[in-house]
Design a protein around this ligand. Structure first.
Ligand SMILES: Cc1cc2nc3c(=O)[nH]c(=O)nc-3n(C[C@H](O)[C@H](O)[C@H](O)COP(=O)(O)OP(=O)(O)OC[C@H]3O[C@@H](n4cnc5c(N)ncnc54)[C@H](O)[C@@H]3O)c2cc1C
Length: 652
């Protein structure tokens, strides 16, 4: 057979090292590649019979799966390529992923906490100056559903004024909270807490006005665990005693206050809900295709009639290291990159879009110079002391230290949908601004920076964490060891939700088979360090409150502090040093291909299009102009819904 018939779309090498499609492809722009040879191509291995689609989406993660499924609703042909496996089919990963209480397994800071590595990329940070040079493992989902399969399932939305900052940075009024409220609601179905099972006092509150009727049954499910953490009610009362009021909802545009959080839990069976939920309906359509274990290597950029670089497809390999098949998926309309905050900037850079010196150092032809790609990374950190509590208060420590109790509770979860394993662990959140005295301790420059955040933007978040957390090396091991003698523990974690430190993602290689270098640069900003010291002291106040007394081991918070202990950690310098030794990411990496006006340092315009390239968008946490306070998944689902509208408008 002529080569053209057996290998449609596979590229042919030219003398100058570039590749060009062998066959004229209907409606796919032809032309010499602007960005040079594709690693691993061509390969004469078996290839797909159809490799041309309207849209090619890279990454079936939180944003990518949602967006790809939505794009296929009008009959457009959509391919989504995912480097990982389908976790639902994995005997090891499925039970951990689907059990809410299993979310803490395999996400520790220790590289050896690897139980879930079958669906994780295994990132390690560079040594972190702000964390006493620790190298920290950074969990990232590598599976259908992406990091929504690994996350702690907390679902909460940003504030009205946070989204006002998005409007300013993007120069686009459409990114306001009220303008996007319908997209927040569209991506999910809400089921109220089952108080008859939870029996919690005070009861979890919510505002029905925050949720609408969902567009389909196959959307994300947001609800509450059937069993609350025993510890959380004491944390809530303690927050009230410190002046943080109980509020009704974290989903209507305000956060300041304390309340149980809603979570991505399937209301019908109590399991985890992820972006894979969108697959249920999309998989019934013949115009939707997902390719697992397919790694994007490079975006094909050709010159179009306007003289602009245009994305026309994505080169892939099916196994890392070039061991599997290689090929190209072509896009008639657009390529959408949804690889997440680490991989999306990597894919842009290996394709020739990024900082000039970095690309040249990897011998990558520069197609569009943009110094902002991979820069300005934002993230949140947490840390907090642990206290010894009444051994009758069942906490996560019981699950880790007592295998019989764990087995019993696993049965309770699978048969009755009750017990601690129904719970995603951190089920209560509190948000606050800094009081005047804390602001004063930041110095005038620091205080001014913190005061520049809008009035409804919290500076601190605290969440209940019923166990020993320490340096989060491996929660199972830490709690098994600490609880071996029957002791039980609880923590409250402080998180910085208005951080000023900024990190980066840079290339280690021109091949996506090598992970990019990640440097979150946590606590490198001096104001962040001072806010962290206050957050730590605030946790001590929580445990010193009267409300906490009934559950403390000796009813004396100072004596009952298990980690780090007042005897060794007391001064500001000691506290900061302990924080550096123990801080952990909240896994909210974002803003590395940010959607901002050009003069504010953007990579994407306000329609999520890459500056300087046609038919190419980035839609995921990397697109954020600024990281909102708290947990980002609700915003990512909203972003995917918005992207679907924009893409359809631009491709009528
Ligand atoms: C342990 C943990 C706890 C968290 N807890 C919470 C929480 O409680 N609440 C909350 O709101 N947020 C939480 N987060 C954060 C949240 O999960 C992420 O911000 C969000 O899922 C990121 O979505 P995304 O679409 O940007 O990327 P992802 O969901 O990570 O998706 C990216 C996808 O792209 C794929 N991919 C990447 N590169 C390639 C390539 N070259 N070729 C093919 N495929 C590729 C990846 O395998 C992945 O599937 C947590 C995250 C983690 C890891």
């Amino acid at each position: 057979l002529p080569l053209e018939e057996t290998l449609p779309g596979i590229a042919r090498g030219q003398e100058d090292g570039t590749f060009e499609p062998l066959q004229k492809r209907q409606n796919v722009l032809q032309g010499p590649l602007l960005n040079g040879a594709i690693p691993g191509l061509p390969d004469l291995s078996p290839i797909l019979s159809n490799n041309t689609f309207d849209y090619v989406v890279v990454g079936a993660g939180t944003a990518g799966f949602t967006l790809a499924a939505r794009l296929s609703e009008d009959g457009s042909s959509v391919a989504v390529m995912e480097a990982g496996i389908d976790y639902e089919l994995s005997l090891i990963n499925n039970p951990f992923a689907n059990t809410p209480g299993g979310d803490v397994v395999g996400v520790g800071s220790d590289p050896a906490d690897a139980l879930q590595d079958g669906i994780d990329w295994g990132f390690l940070t560079v040594p972190q100056k702000g964390a006493n040079n620790r190298v920290i493992r950074y969990a990232r989902g590598k599976t259908g559903g992406g990091s929504s399969v690994r996350d702690f399932m907390i679902y909460q939305r940003p504030t009205v004024q946070t989204m006002g900052v998005w409007q300013t940075l993007t120069g686009d009024v459409n990114w306001g909270f009220s303008q996007r409220f319908s997209d927040f609601k569209k991506s999910m179905t809400f089921t109220p807490p089952r108080h008859e099972l939870r029996q919690e006092i005070p009861a979890a509150q919510y505002d029905p006005a925050d949720f609408g009727s969902s567009s389909s049954i196959a959307s994300l499910s947001v609800s509450y665990p059937n069993t609350p953490q025993n510890f959380s009610k004491y944390a809530q009362l303690s927050a009230n005693e410190l002046g943080t009021q109980t509020v009704k909802s974290f989903n209507g545009g305000s956060l300041l206050g304390v309340q149980y959080n809603s979570a991505t839990i399937n209301a019908n069976d109590g399991t985890r809900s992820t972006s894979r939920k969108f697959y249920d309906e999309a998989s019934k359509r013949s115009n939707f295709q997902i390719f697992y274990q397919m790694m994007a290597k490079k975006i094909l950029l050709v010159k179009n009639a306007k003289g602009n670089p245009q994305a026309t497809g994505v080169a892939y390999s099916t196994l890392p290291g070039g061991l599997g098949t290689t090929g190209i998926l072509y896009a008639r309309k657009e390529v959408i990159v949804s690889g997440g905050a680490f991989h999306s900037p990597q894919l842009l850079m290996v394709s020739g879009i990024g900082p000039q010196a970095q690309l040249q150092a990897q011998s990558i032809p520069v197609v569009v110079q943009n110094e902002n790609v991979g820069q300005g990374m934002q993230d949140h950190i947490f840390f907090g002391p642990a206290y010894k509590v009444d051994p009758n208060l069942h906490t996560f420590t019981d699950l880790a230290a007592d295998p019989l109790y764990l087995a019993d509770e696993f049965l309770n979860f699978t048969t009755n949908q009750l017990g601690p394993l129904t719970n995603h662990v951190a089920d209560l959140l509190a948000w606050e601004k800094l009081p005047g005295s804390a602001l004063a301790s930041l110095g005038s420059a620091g205080a001014a920076k913190i005061a520049s955040f809008p009035a409804d933007w919290p500076i601190l978040e605290h969440f209940s964490a019923p166990g020993v957390v320490g340096n989060f090396a491996n929660l199972l091991a830490e709690n098994a060891a600490a609880g071996a003698d029957g002791s039980r523990f609880a923590s409250i974690l402080g998180a910085l939700v208005a951080p000023l430190s900024r990190g980066s993602v840079t290339l280690a290689s021109a091949d996506t088979a090598t992970l990019p270098v990640i440097d979150p640069a946590w606590l490198t900003d001096e104001t962040d360090q001072k806010v962290a010291i206050y957050a730590f002291k605030r946790v001590r106040q929580y445990f010193a409150a009267k409300a906490m007394k009934p559950i403390l081991f000796t009813q004396n918070a100072t004596a009952d502090e298990y980690l780090p202990g007042f005897a060794t950690v007391n001064t500001d310098a000691e506290i900061l040093n302990w924080i550096r030794d123990n801080l952990m990411t909240v896994w909210h990496a974002s803003c590395t291909c940010s959607m901002k006006t050009k003069n504010q340092g953007g990579v994407l315009d306000s329609r999520l299009r890459v500056y300087g390239v046609d038919a190419l968008r980035v839609v995921d946490a990397s697109s954020f102009p600024i990281l909102p306070p708290g947990h980002p998944q609700s915003t990512i689902y909203m972003l995917a819904e918005r992207a679907n509208t924009l893409i359809k408008q631009d491709n009528p």
